[in-house]
Design a binder for this molecule. Sequence first.
Ligand code: NAP
Length: 290
Amino acid sequence: MAKKLFRTGLIGYPLHHSLSPILHGAMYSSMGIEGEYRLFQIAPSPSGESYLLDLLKQVRTGELYGLNVTIPFKNKIIKYLDGLTQLSEEIGAVNTIYRENNRLMGDNTDVDGFITDVKKVADKPIERALVLGAGGAARAVVYGLLKNKSNILISSRRLEQSSSLAENMRSVLGVKDDQIIAISYSVEEIAYCCSQLDLIVNATPVGMTPDISSSPWLPGVPFPKHAMVYDLIYNPAETKLTSDAKEEGLVAYTGMGMLIEQAALAFERWTGRKPSREIVTQIIKESQWH
Ligand code: NAP
């Protein structure tokens, strides 16, 4: 009898630039699994919804082992699922769908993907962090840092967006008001607040290909001396932010480690097996992508 192909994939729109097939392909080959990871681009239309329902049915029946979820479905998918992990319920977003006891479940591996990678590279506990941006990725970052007892300043160009994220996290996690504070995205306020930071996270798309000469770090604000910079952007592999920070003597990383970690955690959900992050990183480095 022919061996069953391990089929998974990603739903979202648009998807042409996704690296996930390369990442999951690297995991399959490193684990000796014969698998297929496909991009299921779902246009925002009535036919898109029936395509989505059909894919979910394939997870229920086991034709698909699972699905990753990206923009714009991370919240929208929730109403179609039978249950959520506590983390995805608290964060209100799903990036991994799997089947458990015939139930269609949603999980979120972005939080642990970020925290695991940051802990891997940080040389000290993160007591004070500044997060730039207040969208979906910032939410995962803030949630993970708060769970790890960090104090957070969050700054986005629309103050109401960061204030609302801060307020929501206070009520979801029950943290003290001053454990997360929204500040304006201005030279004065960031310069005033940032001297004692351990970590700066870029959770905006500023600096991402093709806009590689831009940085979210406002000109005129000195980098805090002892902070580590973590830019969630993974394309390019070095951003203007990380290169400027390194020039000032800071340690700085882009987001490939997080991307690999969140993919590996989804893979573990589906297979119960743990791929070697080192082998996957090596395969990605050797691939044409890098
Ligand atoms: P998002 O939900 O669209 O949020 C982006 C945030 O950045 C918003 O607060 C947005 O403010 C702000 N922003 C956008 N353009 C800006 C500009 N020119 N100046 C200042 N602020 C700006 O996006 P996301 O899903 O959170 O993703 C953010 C970044 O993280 C992307 O680069 C993405 O590739 C990266 N990411 C990486 C990983 C990884 O595994 N490494 C995972 C997830 C995301 P407005 O709402 O006002 O536009």
